[in-house]
Write a protein that binds this ligand. Structure first.
Ligand SMILES: [Zn+2]
Length: 66
Protein backbone atom coordinates (compact mmCIF):
# COMPACT_ATOMS: atom_id res chain seq x y z
CA UNK A 1 0.00 0.00 0.00
CA UNK A 2 1.13 3.53 -0.71
CA UNK A 3 2.65 5.03 2.41
CA UNK A 4 1.50 8.49 1.39
CA UNK A 5 -2.04 7.18 1.49
CA UNK A 6 -1.50 5.84 4.98
CA UNK A 7 -0.25 9.22 6.14
CA UNK A 8 -3.49 10.79 5.02
CA UNK A 9 -5.68 8.38 6.91
CA UNK A 10 -7.07 9.45 10.23
CA UNK A 11 -9.81 8.05 12.37
CA UNK A 12 -13.20 9.24 11.05
CA UNK A 13 -14.43 9.58 14.63
CA UNK A 14 -11.66 11.27 16.59
CA UNK A 15 -9.45 12.38 13.67
CA UNK A 16 -6.56 10.75 15.47
CA UNK A 17 -3.73 8.72 13.92
CA UNK A 18 -4.29 5.13 12.87
CA UNK A 19 -2.03 2.15 13.26
CA UNK A 20 -1.69 -0.22 10.33
CA UNK A 21 -2.02 -3.83 11.40
CA UNK A 22 -0.47 -6.55 9.27
CA UNK A 23 -1.07 -10.24 9.11
CA UNK A 24 1.66 -12.81 9.72
CA UNK A 25 2.30 -12.82 5.96
CA UNK A 26 2.94 -9.08 6.03
CA UNK A 27 -0.28 -8.19 4.25
CA UNK A 28 -2.21 -5.19 5.45
CA UNK A 29 -5.22 -6.21 7.49
CA UNK A 30 -6.83 -3.24 9.15
CA UNK A 31 -6.33 0.22 10.55
CA UNK A 32 -6.59 0.50 14.31
CA UNK A 33 -7.61 3.55 16.30
CA UNK A 34 -6.24 3.03 19.78
CA UNK A 35 -8.30 5.89 21.20
CA UNK A 36 -11.65 4.49 20.02
CA UNK A 37 -10.62 0.84 20.29
CA UNK A 38 -11.85 0.29 16.73
CA UNK A 39 -10.29 -1.53 13.78
CA UNK A 40 -11.26 -0.45 10.26
CA UNK A 41 -11.05 -3.22 7.68
CA UNK A 42 -9.07 -3.09 4.46
CA UNK A 43 -10.87 -4.75 1.56
CA UNK A 44 -9.03 -5.37 -1.71
CA UNK A 45 -6.43 -2.85 -0.56
CA UNK A 46 -9.03 -0.16 0.09
CA UNK A 47 -9.44 1.05 3.67
CA UNK A 48 -13.08 1.08 4.74
CA UNK A 49 -13.22 4.06 7.05
CA UNK A 50 -16.77 3.60 8.23
CA UNK A 51 -17.76 3.31 11.86
CA UNK A 52 -20.49 0.86 10.88
CA UNK A 53 -17.86 -1.42 9.31
CA UNK A 54 -15.36 -1.11 12.13
CA UNK A 55 -14.56 -3.94 14.49
CA UNK A 56 -14.43 -3.26 18.21
CA UNK A 57 -11.14 -4.24 19.80
CA UNK A 58 -12.83 -4.81 23.11
CA UNK A 59 -14.16 -8.30 23.42
CA UNK A 60 -17.93 -8.24 23.16
CA UNK A 61 -19.76 -9.41 26.26
CA UNK A 62 -20.96 -12.98 26.04
CA UNK A 63 -24.18 -12.08 27.77
CA UNK A 64 -26.14 -8.85 27.78
CA UNK A 65 -25.86 -6.99 31.09
CA UNK A 66 -29.04 -6.54 32.99
ZN1 LIG B 1 -10.58 7.31 16.73
Amino acid sequence: MDHRLIDLLVCPLCKGPLTLERSAEGKVREFVCAADRLAFPIRDGIPVMLESEARSLDAPPTSAPQ
